[in-house]
Design a protein around this ligand. Structure first.
Ligand code: 13P
Length: 253
């Protein structure tokens, strides 16, 4: 049985005062949802705040990116050992916004994934197709290529304890969600791909869905066999919405 995971991706949002209010409300509301794992991935400057407010609670925290390098003359970068210093359990790797806006390649993303593992931080590897790719029937091929790039670099053992998030690019921040059947098809294909390497690890791996998850569509998505939770953008910034999504996952625990 895979424990459902709901992870918030705050993206480049937040401020000290509003973060404190948001985290306090989430903490209060999440008190009896411990059958679900809840995490928030915050901007780097707020990791210290997340740690001070969340340490010792049932909510984990993490970052949204990391350098593939551990340290050195890489101006503006943040390495995995630094994330470790702030108690990060998770780090998002290869989000489509990083692939699209910052030119991150499959090869670089595989290095980042390796850097997280080397520092005992669970990578949340994001994969997903564009609308054009979906419309031309390439979805499974695109997602498989993205997963294979990491599999070939790291090996299947690297997926034990890691998380994959399927986030169709066309569903991110658009209000357009993949149907539960569309998402399930891709999730099942990812699990089948990894099963060929190790069915035990693939069976344990949590595969999250991300892309316009809201309280109104969360239950339908989480009811699917291979959807093990969500990576939540916009709705993770509103405590009531984020908690309602956690509650939806709780009902499928
Ligand atoms: P939205 O939930 O805002 O569509 O964002 C999804 C996402 O990109 C999470 O990483």
């Amino acid at each position: 049985m895979r424990r459902k995971l709901i992870a918030g991706n705050w993206k480049m949002h937040g401020a000290l005062t509003s973060n404190a209010q948001l985290l306090q409300s989430v903490l209060t509301g999440a008190g009896n949802l411990s059958a679900v794992e809840i995490a928030v991935c915050v901007p780097f400057p707020y990791l210290a705040q997340a740690r001070s407010l969340l340490e010792g609670t049932n909510i984990a925290w993490g970052a949204q990116n990391l350098s593939e390098q551990p340290q050195g003359a890489f101006t503006g970068e943040v390495g995995a050992p630094m994330l470790n210093d702030f108690g990060c359990r998770y780090v998002i790797v290869g989000h489509s916004e990083r692939r699209c806006f910052y030119g991150e390649t499959d090869a670089l993303i595989a290095e980042k994934f390796a850097a997280a593992l080397a520092n005992r931080i669970s990578p949340i590897l994001c994969v997903g197709e564009t609308l054009e790719q979906r419309d031309s029937g390439q979805t499974i091929e695109v997602v498989s290529t993205q997963v294979n790039a990491v599999l070939e670099r790291i090996g299947i053992a690297g997926f034990s304890g890691a998380v994959i998030a399927y986030e169709p690019v066309w569903a991110i921040g658009t209000g357009r969600t993949a149907t539960s059947a569309q998402a399930q098809e891709v999730h099942a294909s990812i699990r089948a791909l990894l099963s060929k390497a190790d069915s035990g690890i693939a069976g344990q791996l949590r595969i999250l869905y991300g892309g316009s998850v809201k309280p109104s569509n969360a239950s339908e998505l989480f009811s699917m066999e291979d959807i093990d939770g969500g990576l939540i953008g916009g709705a993770s910034l509103v405590a009531a919405d984020f908690l309602a999504i956690c509650q939806a996952a709780f009902s499928f625990r």
